[in-house]
Design a protein around this ligand. Structure first.
Ligand SMILES: CC(C)(COP(=O)(O)OP(=O)(O)OC[C@H]1O[C@@H](n2cnc3c(N)ncnc32)[C@H](O)[C@@H]1OP(=O)(O)O)[C@@H](O)C(=O)NCCC(=O)NCCS
Length: 216
């Protein structure tokens, strides 16, 4: 099975001689101040986007929820210095990706994950997914679960790469009645499962801190 351990970052500029277009990325908690950007990301990522009210509730009222975001380590406009290199072309967005989990004791549920279209294919989704798993694991999760549209092959690749396996279906789960595949990653508390993922997370964190290629 393809996984995070046997593939390199496809479009990182690390060591690839693309200095001048490098954009170091940071990861941390999503806040209310990010919600406008989250709405824009939702609109270009999902057929049935969540509303502002849903996200506001998630961040302020749902004690089970944890959300992370990815952003340029130093947000800057065209041609401005970014982390020692210079990002050319379009101005950098204030938010590049976001994802969330809900905690139910020993289970964590991945509720959403999205990367801006122009920034996809740079392992940002993989990095964010692993960071969400680390967060849930720190809070006691032993198993991670999620639903994914049966047609969403890219997302399924992302999850399978982290070791998720199909465990069932939810018929007509989505508002447009598409089926969901249920995926799960068990035994996260065991070192034999977690350490390889932790190693990949650390490697991706180092790569992202050095910078990825910013889109044109
Ligand atoms: C799913 C998503 C988060 C992946 O983000 P990303 O940053 O592009 O993901 P990565 O670069 O880490 O790639 C993850 C896997 O997807 C594959 N992938 C990414 N873009 C791809 C593309 N255009 N075509 C085929 N495979 C692709 C990668 O090859 C990788 O698989 P591999 O490990 O077998 O090589 C992103 O496509 C997205 O935001 N999609 C819309 C929202 C969505 O569907 N979210 C999931 C809901 S369940």
């Amino acid at each position: 099975m393809a996984n995070f351990l046997n593939r390199g970052q496809r479009r990182s500029n690390a060591g690839a001689g693309t200095a001048g277009r490098s954009c170091p990325l940071a990861i941390g908690p999503l806040t209310l101040a990010d919600l406008e950007s989250v709405m824009a990301l939702e609109a270009v990522s999902f057929p049935s986007p969540w509303t502002l009210g849903t996200y506001h509730h998630e961040l302020t009222r749902n004690s089970r929820s944890r959300y992370l975001k990815v952003w340029p380590a130093r947000a800057a406009g065209a041609g401005a210095p970014v982390g020692g290199a210079v990002a050319q072309g379009a101005a950098l967005p204030s938010l590049i990706a976001q994802g969330g989990i809900m905690l139910f004791g020993a289970e964590m549920h991945i509720v959403t994950i999205a990367v801006l279209p122009a920034w996809r294919g740079r392992s940002i989704g993989a990095w964010l997914l692993l960071a969400l798993l680390a967060l849930g694991r720190e809070e006691g999760a032993h198993t991670a679960t999620l639903e994914v549209r049966v047609s969403n092959e890219i997302a399924q690749r992302l999850y399978r790469g982290a070791g998720f396996e199909a465990v069932g279906y939810r018929r007509r789960y989505y508002p447009d009645r598409e089926d969901a595949r249920i995926l799960a990653l068990a035994e996260l508390h065991r070192d034999s499962v977690w350490q390889p993922l932790r190693k990949r997370l650390d490697a991706l964190s180092a790569l992202m801190a050095r910078g990825v290629e910013a889109p044109g």
